[in-house]
Design a binder for this molecule. Structure first.
Ligand SMILES: [Zn+2]
Length: 92
């Protein structure tokens, strides 16, 4: 998380939220599905804590959440499913 984001964090009555960098909206906590790259491999990680902007939908992840994902993937872990991914390119 950047210093700017850290400064913009606010704590009100234990309700934590962030101010969106793009639109200035408020975030709310949600569990989301995240595409996560680690050592050149792409993973889909479900059930990830995120701060999601209520205005524009931008998603923010805490550094500790990203570290937790790296740790999980680095260790032995259960694989829920596998998917095939198409790589495509727009015409130049
Ligand atoms: Zn926003």
């Amino acid at each position: 998380m950047s210093t700017i984001q850290r400064i913009r964090q606010k704590i009100l009555d234990k309700d934590y939220y962030m101010i969106c960098e793009f639109c200035g909206g408020q975030t709310t906590k949600k569990k989301v599905k995240r595409q996560h790259w680690l050592h050149g491999k792409l993973y889909i990680v479900e059930n990830v804590d995120a701060e999601v902007c209520m205005e524009c939908g931008e998603r923010y992840f805490h550094a500790r959440t990203l570290d937790e994902i790296d740790r999980l993937l680095g260790d032995e872990h259960d694989i829920k499913d596998r998917i095939e991914v198409e790589v495509v390119s727009l015409q130049e």
